[in-house]
Design a protein around this ligand. Structure first.
Ligand code: ATP
Length: 443
C-alpha cells in the first residue's frame, strides 16, 4: 500500500467518507453536533457487515456464547453499582491561553498544552461522562436515568435469566451489540471518540480456577479476528495495561495505528467477580451460581472482550484506503490518481456492481442483477462513462464490477473487472455465480 503523509491521509479519508456517503456529520444543516456522526448508505452497509462478521465469529459459530439485546436505559441503580455514577469521569484541565480542554492522562509530562505549548493550565477537574435523562412525567432527582455508558452492564443483570432460559452451564458467554453514550469532553479524531457510538461486547462467565486460561484464549481469539478483516498486522499491537483496576487480574488492549497515531480499538479484561458482586450488593438478590457437579455456590468470574464498532469500522476504512498513481503520458499533466478502498469482499458495502455499457442495455443489466440480489450486496450503476463508473466503484471499495455490453447479447457472457488488479475476465453468464462465489465466499 502506498505511504501517505499522516495528516493528509486522515483528511482524505474523512473527505472520501463524506463524498461517497460513508459518514457525515450529524445535523450538518444546523452546523453539526460535536461528537455525533451519521452513517450514509455505504457506511451503514460496511458497518452492518462488520457487525455481522463479529456476531458470527463470537456467537453463531460457537456453542458456548449466546446473544442479548437489552434496553439502552436500564434501572439507574445499575450505574451506581457499576461505579459509573460516582466515578466514571475523566480528569480534565483547560489551557488558559487557547482554551483547549485536555484529558490529563493524555498530556505530555511535564503538562503542556499540546495545542499552543503554554504551561498556563487550570487545576485538573473531574467530569462525569454519563448521559442523563428523566424517565416519567416529573423532571426531578428521583426520575433521573442514564443512557448506558457501555453495553456490558445489562449482560450482568440478565445473567441468571439467560442461564435459566438456555440451560447453559459455566463456562459460557453472553454477547451484545448496541449503542453506548458518553459525554466525552473532547470528541475528536472523526468517529474515534464520539459521544454516541456502538459497542460489541462479550462477557464470558467462568469459575475463578482456569479463568486466566480463558483470558488468554479470548485475547488470542480476538487477535485472530482481525485477520478476517485483512487488517495489516504491522498496524496492530497488544498493549497490556500498566495499572490494573483493583479487582482486575489482567487487561490488555488491541491497538490500531490510525493515521493520527496508535489508539485503543478493543479491550480484553479479566474482571474477576467484581461486576456480579456489585450487582448482588446493590440489588440485594443472590447472584451466585450453583455448580451442580461440586454442589458449590460462587459468583462467576468474568472475562470481557469489548470493542467499539465505530473504531473498528474506522480502522477498516483506514486500512483499506489507498491511492494508485499512473503517470500520465502528456507533459505538464498531473499523475492520474486512482483512489481505492481495498475492503475484503466479506464487508464491502457493494460486493458486485452491475454496469450496462450503454443506456440501451440498462434492462439487461438489471435483469442479470436480479439473479444475484440476496446472494451478494449489489448495485446497478448506470450513470457516467464506464471508466468513471469503475473509479466510483473503486472509491466505495466494490471488489467486482460486472459489465454487460453489446457482445453479451450475442455470447451470453459478461466482463468481470476486479478492483485490486483491474484485470478483466470474460465470464459466461451461466458460470457467473460459481465464479463470484469462489471469489467472495472462498476467500
Ligand atoms: P478510551 O481510553 O479510548 O476512552 P476506554 O478505555 O474508556 O477507551 P472502554 O470503556 O474499555 O474504552 O470501551 C470499550 C471500547 O469501546 C473501546 O475499546 C473503544 O473501541 C470503544 N469506545 C470507548 N469510548 C468510545 C468513544 N467515545 N467513541 C467510540 N468508541 C469508543
Amino acid at each position: 500500500m502506498a505511504e501517505q503523509p499522516v495528516e493528509s491521509s486522515m483528511e482524505k479519508i474523512v473527505s472520501l467518507c463524506k463524498r461517497r456517503g460513508f459518514v457525515f456529520q450529524s445535523s450538518e444543516i444546523y452546523g453539526g453536533f460535536n461528537g455525533f456522526w451519521d452513517y450514509g448508505p455505504y457506511g451503514i452497509a460496511l458497518k452492518r457487515a462488520i457487525e455481522r462478521l463479529w456476531w458470527n465469529y463470537m456467537v453463531e459459530s460457537r456453542n458456548n456464547v449466546v446473544g442479548l439485546d437489552s434496553t439502552i436505559i436500564c434501572h439507574p441503580k445499575t450505574w451506581k453499582a457499576s461505579g459509573h455514577v460516582d466515578r466514571f469521569g475523566d480528569i480534565m484541565c483547560d489551557c488558559k491561553v487557547c482554551k483547549t480542554r485536555f484529558r490529563v492522562d493524555q498530556m505530555p509530562d511535564p503538562a503542556t498544552c499540546t495545542n499552543c505549548g503554554s504551561h498556563d493550565l487550570t487545576e485538573p477537574r473531574e467530569f462525569n461522562l454519563m448521559m442523563k435523562t428523566y424517565v416519567g412525567p416529573v423532571f426531578d432527582e428521583d426520575h433521573i436515568a442514564y443512557l448506558r455508558a457501555e453495553t456490558c452492564q445489562p449482560i450482568f443483570l440478565d445473567f441468571h435469566n439467560i442461564r435459566i432460559a438456555t440451560r447453559m452451564q459455566l463456562p459460557f458467554g453472553i454477547a451484545q451489540v448496541g449503542k453506548a453514550f458518553r459525554n466525552e469532553i473532547t470528541p475528536r479524531m472523526f468517529t474515534f471518540r464520539s459521544r454516541e457510538f456502538s459497542q460489541m461486547e462479550m462477557e464470558f462467565f467462568c469459575a475463578d480456577e482456569g479463568s486466566m486460561e480463558w483470558f488468554e484464549y479470548w485475547r488470542d481469539q480476538r487477535w485472530n479476528f482481525y485477520k478476517l478483516l485483512n487488517i495489516d498486522e504491522s498496524k496492530l499491537r497488544l498493549a497490556p495495561h500498566d495499572k490494573l483496576a483493583h479487582y482486575a487480574k489482567a487487561a490488555v488492549d488491541i491497538e490500531y495505528q490510525y493515521p493520527f497515531g496508535w489508539g485503543e480499538l478493543e479491550g480484553i479484561h479479566h474482571r474477576g467477580t467484581w461486576d456480579m458482586s456489585q450487582h448482588q450488593k446493590f440489588s440485594e438478590q443472590p447472584l451466585e451460581y450453583l455448580d451442580q457437579t461440586t454442589n458449590t455456590r460462587f459468583l462467576p468470574t468474568v472475562v470481557e472482550t469489548s470493542v467499539g464498532l465505530d473504531r473498528m469500522t474506522l480502522a477498516v476504512l483506514c486500512n483499506a484506503y489507498d491511492e494508485d498513481r499512473a503517470p500520465t503520458q502528456k507533459e505538464g499533466m498531473e499523475d492520474d490518481v486512482r483512489i481505492v478502498l481495498h475492503f475484503p469482499a466479506s464487508v464491502a458495502p457493494v460486493q458486485v456492481a452491475f454496469l450496462p455499457l450503454s443506456k440501451k442495455l440498462n434492462d439487461n443489466a438489471q435483469e442479470l442483477q436480479k439473479k444475484f440480489i440476496g446472494r451478494y450486496r449489489t448495485e446497478l450503476d448506470v450513470t457516467g462513462n464506464i471508466g468513471k463508473r469503475y473509479r466510483r466503484q473503486d472509491e466505495i471499495g466494490t471488489p467486482f464490477c460486472v459489465t454487460f455490453d453489446f457482445d453479451s447479447l450475442e455470447d451470453n457472457a459478461v466482463t468481470v473487472r476486479e478492483r485490486d488488479t483491474m484485470k478483466q475476465d470474460r465470464v459466461p453468464v451461466d458460470g457467473l455465480k460459481a465464479y463470484l462465489d469462489a471469489k467472495i465466499f472462498g476467500e
